[in-house]
Design a protein around this ligand. Sequence first.
Ligand code: SME
Length: 146
Amino acid sequence: MDLLSTLRHKLEGVDFAQALQRTVSFLRQNVPHYTWVGVYLLEGTELVLAAWDGPEATQHVRIPIGKGICGLAAREQRTVIVGDVTSDPRYLACFPYTKSEIVVPIWKDSQVIGEIDIDSDRPQAFTERDREFLEQVAALLGERYG
Ligand code: SME
């Protein structure tokens, strides 16, 4: 079974909060270049950390729209890939090991309701394959929201 089908199976019959936690843990455990995986949900003008899995907690548990790569993806409502975080002034530093990052919006009924944020300890870790895969994961979560 491919990763997306396995994840879909794991989310059957669980509530939204559990679905978020299972998703971040599943992604981190199954994709070696996903070092830290989180989901932020939009609350008013802020992104609030709802679930995460990784070596350590982030201090960025609330991020205003427009701040950081997370805030950029929310404001522009699109997936953002940063291949080298050290050369991107918009990046909000969380972990010393992070080299690259991807942020993928989660949609529900044509509205962005949150996003998947993944840090990698490898530079240029994220490709179009990651984007396609994670946009499908985001769609699974969007279906379960609300
Ligand atoms: N680096 C993110 C902040 C969140 S941490 O990666 C968990 C950003 O630039 O928005």
